[in-house]
Structures are given as structure tokens and as C-alpha cells.
Design a protein around this ligand. Sequence first.
Ligand code: KIV
Ligand code: ZN
Length: 529
Amino acid sequence: MTAKPRDPNRVIIFDTTLRDGEQSPGCSMTQPEKLRVARALAELGVDVIEAGFPAASRGDWEAVREIARTVRGPVIAGLARCNREDIDKAWSAVCEAARPRLHVFLATSAIHREHKLNMAKEQIIHTAVEGVKYARSLCDDVEFSPEDASRTELEFLREVVEAAIDAGATTINVPDTVGYTVPEEFHEVFDYLLKNVRGAERATFSVHCHNDLGMAVANSLAAVRAGARQVECTINGIGERAGNASLEELVMAIKTREALLGVHTGIDTRRLFPTSRLLSSITGMAIPRNKAVVGENAFAHESGIHQHGMLKHHSTYEIMRPEDVGLTRSHLVLGKHSGRAALRDRIKELGFELSDAELARVFEDFKALADKKKELFDGDLEALVLKAEFAESGPWHLESLHAVSDSAGAAMARVGLRHGDGRLLSQESGGDGPVDAAFKAVEAATGVEVTLRKFEVHSVSMGEDAQGEAVVTVEHNGRSYRGSSVTTDIVESGVRAFLEVVNRIESTRASAERIEKRNAEAADTATTP
Ligand code: KIV
Ligand code: ZN
């Protein structure tokens, strides 16, 4: 089954947050986090979720398979290079989806043919055709992408696309892989392909833009105006280098200018803001204040003239209503006297569905926090919910923390850590400030040494007693790990975030050991007569 819509003006939203987005530095996610994002994307109403690149790693394969098995609604796509091994891996990961898709790609530009693939034009066509045919032998829904299409000779691009459609591709995705094109040029490319590719009517044409020159959304819309009916994008525009086209900007541009563009999407736009916040909390990648549609300032009016206009009529300075993107005007929520039902209602409005057990946990944390803070805001509630969902997993738990520093720069910290096997370790260390001292104490206690790459703190809500979210990014054995935590004390937030990183490293090590053991056992069985 293909995702080709019967309505010719309906634009398919293909979300690649979990593949192209997750690929970008600082945005890697654990499997439970990917599942949470996939569920949120389904609630948002995206048509296709590209869940990952299964051949990239065992972890990627497992995450894609879990999403394919459990997330219902959207088509679930897995990416593969044009070779049987990759395609088999992608198929084994997505085959249990209600609506699976295989997405195969091969670079076509002269630069990639010469410097990356060392392949002649004929070989490119042959490999693309073989890949698409093989994918079609497994799955009815096959997308083909000529990577670096925007820098490919137009006539050759037409030939490759034609061959891919003849081989059975149901979607043709035309990527601006390096963010090089401009709207007028990309409009011409799509116009040319749609008019000149033999069999173009048998496939849906798709656009995939990167944001290197800040034109990913504009280029995607130009392609839509020329007839593309699938747009590939990511939440908050995360992705390789400067990112991919931002889903929320594209969707709101299409909605706001529907009369001009003549197309629409199936997205529930009121889910845009909660989904954007969810991704930002999970990845630790902050949303710039002035980011279109979902930035903190997107609906803030500062100048007197603007405020005056807004008081007379909101349409004077607002082209979209904040509630249309899921932003409520009043942020002040609950206090210590609020009950469980009020908490459940507000959490639901923020876009989270909790089980009774999860709600009970969040309610307990909520009461504890309400004792420390006078007023609780949406940001506080989101942080509590995410903490309940992604509670520290791993062997180490923080039992106690004592940190002091003086104005001369001396600092000391003592941490008490409980291991899952029952051991309680206490460690003291000096450092360059209380946070650094506490991190060193944690390293000494756990034996896990890391290189600190980034430590950021920002407030998740308003007021003097606002909670601080700490995000820690480190490197360990050539891999990057990230942890985050929210409390009212920023040193404690930092230490909890650091401990999350240490736990992730320990979990990765334990699962690598498990896989190695399994492989060794399998090799033993294979050589046993
Ligand atoms: O940017 C790109 O070319 C891609 C392809 C794999 C579609 O991400
Ligand atoms: Zn891409």
C-alpha cells in the first residue's frame, strides 16, 4: 500500500526527526526516547515516520523495529543504501508495521559519483534499479532518493528518476542534500521532472531540503508549488549541519497561506508546540527564543505600537493564533492546593497521556515541588512528566550531595551514591567551582571518566524560584552522551544530569557486553558439529 493521497491537494508530511534529525550531533536519543517521539508524531498526525537507518547500528535497528511494531497510524519507513544487505536489514526492522515503507537512496551528482562512489553514470542507474527492484520484491511501498539531486545534471536526474519509477518506486524524493539550491531554481527542477519524466504520474514526488543557506522551508514550498506532494521535514528543524526543513514552519506556512498555495496537510496544528517542547526536552537542544512558530517570542509583542494594535484586534500584528499551534496564553497553572484531577487535566492539555501509576508518581513529585515553589508553570509540569517517563535508568542513584565554594575560587563537593547492587559510596573532591568538584567526585566514585564537552543551565519556568534544567554533554570512548535534569537547585541539577550520563555509559557498556556474549555463543554453536 502506498501513502499516495487521493486528494491531489493534500501534502504528505514525512517526518525524519528520528533519522536525519537524530543523525545530527547532540541529538541522539535512546530507544525509549525515540518511541516517545514516534508516539507524539503519530498524535501530531504526520503521514510517514522515518524511524531510522537500520543498517547503521544494532541500536538503530532495534528502535526502528520497536516503532514499527507498536506505533499505529503513520506509515513507518526505514532508510537503506542501494544494496541487498542494507535493504534486508531495513525490511526486517519495518516489516511488522501496519504500513511499512522502504526508502532507498543513492547519490547521483558528478561530485558524489567521482569522489565518493567512484561510479560511472550507467553504474548508478544499474545500482538504483537493482536496489528499487529488490526493495519492491519485499515491500509495496518503496521510496527512492537520488542523493545530492540539486547538484545533479538535470538530464541525468530525469533518467535516474525514470528508471527508478520503471523499477517500481512509488515515491520519488528529490533532496537538496547540501542546502545549495534557491526557491526559483528548485521550482524549475520539479517543474521539469514532473513534465518530462516518463511515468511521473505513477509516483508521488517528494522534496527533502537542508538548511545550510537558511532556505530549506522556502525551497520545500517552491517544490510544492511546482507539484511535489510529499515534504520531508523534522521537528524544530533538527538535522545534519544547519538542519532540515522545519515541520512546524512548513505546516503553518501551508495553513496560513492555504488560499495562495492551494494545498493542505493532515496535521493537528495544536500539537505542534507540545511536540516541539517534547523533542527539545529529550534532546537537550534548546529552541531559539525567536524561532518561527514555536519560539518563546513567536507570539510576544513588545513595542507599544504593536501592543496597542493587538488590544484593538489581534489580526493587526498576528497572522496565526497562538492556540492554533498549541500555545496557551496563560502559563500559570497550579499550586500546592491543587488536586490530582486538576493535575491530570493540565498534563493532558500539555499533550501527555499518563497511566494511573505514572500520574501517581508525578503527583507525588508535584506536591514535593509545590512545597518548594510558590507557583508551578507548564514548564515545571513538563519537566516532572518527562522525569517520570525517563526516570534514571542505570545502576547509580544520588543519595546525598554537599557542595561548597568561596569567592577565592576554592570548591569542594562530597557525593553519596547508591549502586543497584546495594553498595553506598561516598567520595569527596575539589574542583574549579562546586559543579566541577561534584562531577569529579562522581567520576572518582563510579570509575567512569569522561571529557566534558558542554554544560548548560536554563530555567524551565518563571519566577525567582524557577527550576533550573541542566544539560550535560560528554565524550567517552569516542561517543557522545547527554543527560539532563531539572530541580530547584542548579548544582544538584548538574550532578543528576552528570549521573544520567554515567548511567547511560554503564548501560551501553552492559548491552555491548551482552551482544558480544550472544555473538560468541552463536559462533560456538555454529562451529559445534
Ligand atoms: O539529505 C539527503 O540527501 C538525505 C537522503 C538520504 C534522503 O537525507
Ligand atoms: Zn537529508
